[in-house]
Design a protein around this ligand. Sequence first.
Ligand code: SF4
Ligand code: SF4
Length: 333
Amino acid sequence: METKYYTKLENRKVQCHLCPHECKITAGKSGICKVRSNLDGVLHLDVYGSLSATHFDPIEKKPLYHFHPGKEIFSLGSLGCNFKCPCCQNYHISQSGIKDFPRLLKLTIPEIIRHAKSNPLNIGVAYTYNEPFVWYEYMFDTSQEIKKAGLYNVAVSNGYINKKPLEELTLYIDAFNIDIKGFDDGIYRSFAGGKLSNILDSLQIIKGRNCHLEITFLVVPEINDDIGQFRQMIRWIVKNLGSDVPLHISRYFPNYKMHKQATSSGSIRNMARLASEFMSYVYVGNMTGNEFQDTVCPKCQQITIIRDGYYIGSDNLTTDGKCQSCGHKIAIV
Ligand code: SF4
Ligand code: SF4
């Protein structure tokens, strides 16, 4: 499948304009993401129609806590990523191209719709597991049809994409969960291989388009756990996106190329307490039995949604999403 967003250069070279890497790719080679390849002077998406994983997940697992809580979402993953995080949980698919991973599931868009509609708890499709922006054309075409079918689209992403393709996507994607890897360009360069400013631009575009947005921050010891930088990040979020954006502070565990010890629960709790001074909805992920799972009304401090892991216990919300105790509107879709 020929991709969008590229230009042809001399000698059958092409330049991809999907993400800020702006890869210049010679014939027979692929870009940094491993799934966009130059076939004789034409840029192709190698994985159009091909998936590495499909599953019905609780929407809370994305994580999205403020978008149709308690429902499920048909989750699709493919191959590739434009980042190289050394602790990637899904490195076997994110760091693979089609030659490394020949056993892919072929699924047409009508088949995806059929699956999505087969589960009465399911609200739509999530593009997730590896970085979905690198299989942009398959995600874009699917999301258009999913929307026409009356279902929702969710993207779980690192946010590293150029402005124009992101703006086009926001017409169809209803909810995003975007990672912030650290509030420092040096961290982005050395840890993931990207630039912080591009992620901040993406967050503002998503918010400006009125899509539902939640943010995940994975705390990795000695990489991005500097409390001063964390405070700067919280300030930036509150100023530019608002204090109602749900923030998921997630605990790192050793994985892939990173073997340092898991983040201490004390450090995660300190960060969550600090963030809660400025933000209304702060959650802790990857840490069982913590006090930052439930949704608390920012006005009267009553619990409005009780969670047990990815599952909803009960809620104290009116049908129009207000706190039953004080009537405050909770920022939940
Ligand atoms: S999407 Fe892939 S090929 Fe395109 S610029 Fe980004 S990393 Fe390079
Ligand atoms: S951005 Fe996500 S999928 Fe890509 S390498 Fe990092 S953790 Fe893995």
